[in-house]
Design a protein around this ligand. Sequence first.
Ligand SMILES: *Cc1c(COP(=O)(O)O)cnc(C)c1O
Length: 496
Amino acid sequence: MKNITYQSTRGGESGVSASMAILKGIASDGGLFMPSEIPQLDKPLRELAGMTYQEQAYEVMKLFLTDFTEEELRDCIAKAYDSKFDTPEIAPLVHVGMAYVLELFHGNTIAFKDMALSILPRLITVAAKKNHVDKEIVILTATSGDTGKAALAGFADVPGTRIIVFYPKDGVSHIQELQMVTQKGDNTAVIAIHGNFDDAQTGVKKIFADKEYEKKLDASGFQLSSANSINVGRLIPQVVYYVHAYAELLNCGGIEDGEEINVVVPTGNFGNILAGYFAKLMGVPIGKLFCASNDNKVLYDFFTTGTYDKNRDFMLTMSPSMDILVSSNLERLIYLSTGSDAEKTAKLMKELSETGHYTVTKEMQKHMEDFIGGYATEEQDAEVIRYLYRKRGYVMDTHTGVAAAVWKAHWDATGDQTKTVIVSTASPYKFSKAVLEAIQGPILLTDEFAVAEELENISHVPVPKAVLELKTAEIRHKKECDAADMEAAVSGVLGI
Ligand SMILES: *Cc1c(COP(=O)(O)O)cnc(C)c1O
């Protein structure tokens, strides 16, 4: 197998092994790690279709993580995709009227981030051993809701690691907050910040870039790493379910071998959809990738005009995990669209951080033609959730609703008959109130659990254990801080 190394999108590092790239999370120049090339699948999709999810995961990940042994990888995969998932299929593909819904919410925190975060801690632990790291690894994460819980659950009590999660105090759902502040594990910390997700993410990036602080941590026996979706150890496991979705379409006879499909992805940080693009570049016949945004439609504007502009009001929506104005993983697509020109990429990213906007060339735009930007307003989101419930008896969450609304608008306008996969990123029970209101109109119930029960009554899908448990779970994390004081908060947690 061809050896794949990783280089920074901004040119500061190259020839980095996969395990080292996973350990570091982000390159030392602030750029993101990219594989030296995108490998091609070395087995036909027909053959992959005969495999389990775990076997498919191995076939994809072995091509990217070339300094992991077969035994190491298979072991990580087996421990990640096990009975934590409430179905042996791991990621079921459900036919719902005009499209196929890829349900990525069957892991233990009922959102798609489990797909990558159940395996990342395993990959990090192996990577640390490989690279003779003797320091305790501190995972630092900013979350718009789902990453935080999934990372906490993944890392809780994993030896040699600590995890500290920052979330925007008023920017996550009640259930999301409960999920985080009740997290068990002696190595976990959760801190609410006074600010929005971008403040939290910017704060975390600053800590990573602070060389003095790095020295201080090092002297105290700690090394930072990131579980955010910029880590290649998150990106690569996400490529798997696009291969899996195609394989399932073959298995159910929904498509002919080689037939092109579309994917529609509810997007925030651009990690999920980028993984879909990687799958396409590896040889999965994906035609268009619909990038679905909510009212924070910075990506829609980008794909339609070529200008990325984060200077706008930040909107709080009922799809909070997509309330993002700086989509970090877009940097990887920018890099690809320059023909892997790190200098050009670094210049654009500098412009973004200094002015809040940049414009790509026509040539770069041409490279991104496989992406189609779309967005749904709050009303359109609610409308499609109601529509699919009434017409098909299927209940989806508010993030998936954004994707479904974008696809339906496209379908209504064009009659596009291409088989299409809508990527479902959360269980409706993670956002029960918004989902129930979309279906029934304003409701008076204020107790989240009563709302979940009501949703169960109308959907006939049982309330997941992950929600039921919260009812009686003890609140273990109560810390809050200002966005400006995040570094001090980290020191406090680590006792340095
Ligand atoms: C994180 C998240 C998204 C956005 O995914 P990205 O990879 O950041 O684009 C969408 N929906 C849900 C439910 C999420 O948790």
